[in-house]
Design a binder for this molecule. Structure first.
Ligand SMILES: [Zn+2]
Length: 237
């Protein structure tokens, strides 16, 4: 009876260990971190492509002004413009284009800096996500190995338990199961030095006297906790 209880307690303990493995909790938090980084990566790469478009636009703007200025300059250099009024207009347009080009080049530079910053962020997010992914794989492997070990041990304890249960009368077995389900997984306990090992209470003299008078094959139950009390050489009765 005590062997059966020991096997059941062992199985309960293994099931508890299986469900509270630190690796499983760590894996959960890594998975959450991985999902967060994946979202951040999407945001970062969207920012990068937005800025790439903005940079192309800034490049085109600068190029247009530069071309127009070169054309005006060529007209000026070729001496094609004779009228002083027209010459003045042309020079003023070139000056204005130069100012415009300088403003556009500042914008172009600023967009480029923002793009480089965004690219660095996207790269670091991606590499962080990859490293979290690798760590998650390691932890998952460790969790699976721990599970496999626990499952293997549980299978062997279940075999032992089945062998023990097969030797027991059905009635006693179902009484034990019933008490076990109602009393924190402990259906049977040793009577050890006048104490119930199930509830840890000392038995009083009257109860001990009563137990002393019972034949060894009689199933004894502790009055206090109703568990099956198993008499041993160290029971003190
Ligand atoms: Zn008890």
């Amino acid at each position: 009876m005590l062997d059966l209880q020991a096997a059941d307690s062992k199985l309960d303990h293994l099931a508890h260990r299986r469900s509270t493995l630190p690796e499983a909790a760590e894996l959960e938090s890594l998975a959450a971190e991985h999902a967060r980084l994946r979202d951040a990566e999407v945001v970062a790469s969207t920012t990068v492509s937005d800025l790439e478009r903005e940079q192309k636009r800034a490049d085109t703007d600068v190029e247009q002004v530069r071309t127009r200025k070169a054309r005006d300059q060529k007209r000026l250099d070729d001496g094609q413009v004779a009228s002083p009024k027209e010459l003045e207009n042309l020079q003023s347009e070139i000056a204005s284009l130069e100012r415009r080009q300088s403003v556009l080049e500042d914008t172009e530079l600023e967009v480029m800096e923002r793009l480089e910053q965004a690219q660095r962020e996207a790269e670091s997010t991606a590499s962080e996500r990859e490293s979290v992914g690798r760590k998650a794989q390691e932890v998952q492997a460790a969790r699976d190995a721990a599970w496999a070990e626990i499952d293997q041990e549980a299978a062997s304890v279940r075999d032992e338990r089945a062998a023990i249960a097969a030797e027991m009368p059905d009635e006693l077995l179902s009484l034990y199961e019933k008490i076990r389900s109602e009393r924190d997984g402990v259906g049977a306990a040793a009577l050890h030095q006048k104490r119930c090992e199930g509830c840890r209470l000392q038995l009083d003299a009257a109860e001990l006297n009563h137990i002393r008078g019972l034949a060894p094959e009689v199933v004894v139950r502790h009055e206090e906790c109703r568990r099956i009390l198993v008499r041993t050489a160290e029971s003190g009765v």
